[in-house]
Design a protein around this ligand. Structure first.
Ligand code: SF4
Ligand code: SF4
Length: 183
């Protein structure tokens, strides 16, 4: 499938992603190792090696609207497999941030889950799973998706009914504060 549209090439896109990720994207020679090791290739609309190629070709819209950015699990497998030492997972991360900044959310529920997770970590210093799931379920409206998982997890003491207090909670909250201020 040819998804490169040369008429829509944005010359600044590669430079922007390279500068924000600190990676030399020009060295990608499309060996496909990253895609071969990616556990989510089966679910991606654009495999990770093609994302790299699209960035090189300045395809801003296609990359930022790709579902793959939101399905990426940040597992780092692509990074460890790249023969040119490109931190591919970081490139995916940067593109996801750019998509967020541009209001491109191709996988709404993934974004909602990430937001609920971060909100929980900011508030409690670590994830409070039950609260996180409640926030996610309310916002996504997917009330019955995980209903069967709750009772066994509670039964085996895998879910706490209230958040654990941790040391350094305030410092964690300050990290979020500093991020918002752009420090
Ligand atoms: S970090 Fe993302 S793109 Fe890279 S291998 Fe893992 S899931 Fe795939
Ligand atoms: S493994 Fe590295 S060089 Fe190979 S396609 Fe992926 S990013 Fe490009």
């Amino acid at each position: 499938m040819n998804i490169i549209d040369l008429t829509a090439a944005d010359c600044d896109f590669q430079a922007e992603v390279a500068s924000r990720s600190g990676q030399d994207l020009k060295t990608c020679y499309q060996c496909g190792n990253c895609t071969a090791g990616c556990p989510y290739t089966f679910a991606y609309d654009v495999p990770v090696s093609q994302i790299m190629r699209l960035i090189q070709a300045g395809q801003r819209e296609t990359v930022l609207n790709s579902k793959s950015l939101w399905l990426c699990a940040s597992c780092q497998s692509c990074t460890t497999r790249c023969p040119n030492s490109i931190d591919v997972a970081k490139v995916m991360d940067v593109c996801r941030h750019m998509a967020r900044e541009n209001g491109c959310v191709s996988e709404r529920t993934s974004k909602l889950f990430t937001d609920a997770f971060l909100q929980s970590v900011e508030k409690h210093g670590r994830a409070f799973e039950l609260g996180l799931m409640a926030t996610y379920t309310m916002k996504s409206g997917r009330f019955f998706d995980n209903i069967a998982l709750g009772p066994p997890a509670l039964l085996h003491n895998k879910l706490s009914l209230k958040p654990h207090s941790i040391q350094g909670k305030e410092q964690v909250a300050r990290i979020f504060e500093r991020f918002r201020k752009g420090e």
